[in-house]
Design a protein around this ligand. Sequence first.
Ligand code: 16G
Ligand code: ZN
Length: 547
Amino acid sequence: NSRSIFIFFRILIQYFLAGVKFSYGTSGFRAEASLLESTVFRVGILAALRSIQTGSVIGLMITASHNEVSDNGIKVADPSGGMLTQQWEPFADAFANAPDPHFLVQLLDDFVKKENITLEGAPAAKVLLGRDTRPSGMSLVEAAKQGILSIIGASATDMGVVTTPQLHWMVRVKNKGIEASEYNYFDQLLTSFRCLLDYIPQGNSNNNVNDKLIVDGADGVGGQKLENFKPRLSYLTVDVRNYGDGVLNEGVGADYVQKEKVVPRGFGPADAGIRCASLDGDADRLVYFSVVSNSNKIDLVDGDKILSLFALFIKEQLGFLNGPEDGKANKSYQASLGVVQTAYANGASTDYLKQLGLEVVLTPTGVKYLHEKAAEFDIGIYFEANGHGTILFSDNFLSWLEIRNNELLSTSKGSDQHMAALRILAVSKLINQAVGDALSGLLLVEAILQHLGWSIHKWNELYQDLPSRQLKVKVVDRTAVITENAETVVVRPVDIQEAIDAETAKYPRGRCFIRPSGTEDVVRVYAEALTQEAADNLAHSVVKLVD
Ligand code: 16G
Ligand code: ZN
């Protein structure tokens, strides 16, 4: 009986607050920080239960990412380092919204039975906690600890201020029985980054690359970490701005830069032409940009273009690895390579990727969907246009590659094939396998640009983005909008899709979709067309259909 497992029942009662409805959604629970204590306490209990069920370490991250500093939130990392299994989300919702302690314990009882979670004799729960730089984080970590420790035998390890991807990485690595400190994290990044630079073919390196990089740290944890890590990053001159003096996410950060398409605070005309990058508040999103001369406008290099750069590089290396087709029995493993995007991906990026001969799959918005899809390939590259993404490698492929690499080392050391094997192995260590990670993504971008000898301008010219417009419509009930086919088709309310199609047909290269937001009470409208004016008009006419 789960009643007996609570030793802090008093605290639980004290934590009850009325009036907020929580939904786990795509980003965990998020709200104004003062409303979260009770929720975080409950998620602590949930994390401990998940740890018992899986016999593994579970992560809890206190962050509200790119949202304003007064907000906060909590997210659970599963044993693989990925998002909490979707099967537990309905329970998470019900548990967070339970109106009184009695009901809450009843929910727990039922859930523990349904999921066959044996509390007696089970290995003790282990939960890793992390938080971003928000001032409310400290007391919320305490509330989460109380929740975790209300399960007898459970332990909570506080990793302090970390980026979201660092915490996910730590959970994943710990569950493989490997040491998982922040020092280990940066060591792995540094070693694999250096490898990639060492493997650059002679003559390629650094021709056109302005080797200075300026990074906007969003006045959050990512900026701080990079500023501290920077001295170890020889080969790269990094000027970190916004690493903590200003207000988190205010006029800074990847979300701001991507949505507003203007320079973040602390940047200006003097930076024109230099390669710049921007992280979000918890460093799981990354975009690049360059400042347009004599203006506060930028040329944005978004998640789609980061994805394209990664895809190009990986495809090239796979080509080398498979060797010339000389008719001899090829020892190569036919690794499947796939690219995952959402409907927000710029149409020009999808065309470009298809031209490269890649398989492109769309999923609904939200990292959990993209990640799951990407994991179906030997090499799955996913990115949202907003800058969240990574490259996943299957265990099968990596084991094969290790063996192949050893063979090549003895038969043709230093050959194109061997170098390609080494590079892909280095990428698999550099890029975060748990979740999108701005710091590791940034190092991979830097390594690839140096490898290719490309400037940010050359990179940006891979293809030309189609003009687009995003708008939102406040609605009473966003759940009234139901979509299918990776959010590209509205099935309810009926008839609206037909009307959207009719509008879209008026514009050459027009594309438009609507979807209910997972984080706000709005319906979002996205439109794309040949000119900015056309994209704007299409978006506005579809807004009228929704209103
Ligand atoms: C969350 C998602 C992000 C998505 C965004 C869309 C995670 C970790 N984050 O921030 O991937 O792009 O929601 O927001 O999944 P929306 O549903 O309000 O448009
Ligand atoms: Zn984030």
